[in-house]
Write a protein that binds this ligand. Sequence first.
Ligand code: THU
Length: 161
Amino acid sequence: MNKKEYQFDYEVYESIDDLTEEDKWLLDEAREVTQHAYAPYSRFQVGAVAKLNNGEIIAGSNQENASFPAGLCAERVVLASVSSLYPKVPIETIAISYFNNNGESNHPISPCGICRQALQEFREKTKQPIRLVLGGMHGKVYIIPDAAMLLPLSFTSSDLQ
Ligand code: THU
């Protein structure tokens, strides 16, 4: 028997003020984009803004549905938009924020399990890590250098070979 260990490094900042100008701008955009969410059921509005290798900025927000499972997270909305508008262009960074109508928005949230899977596949397709900048409307900010780190032992296309 072999015991294995998995760990990853990420950065924790006290507030948006400690970020570089570019990351600050991107996270601010993600905060604004939460206002475009369609979240009448959860009232939890998520915004995701991607900066692509070609400099383009693409935004997404969560889009819910009366048939609950038909709803989409902001992360998968943004990934689908990027793939549709600029196929094969890698994503450098995605900033993700949220506005919680039911409570505080004072800590970072990180992508749900399905979105981690989608981020992993996008990374595999474009062969470039996707950096995440995660923060609420205020409070600490996390920077995760490669979103795929959030999904160890992931199921990938190579498993289908
Ligand atoms: N949601 C996202 O858009 N991204 C996440 O990372 C977590 C959850 C959405 C899905 C649903 O519309 C609402 O937030 C509450 O779960």
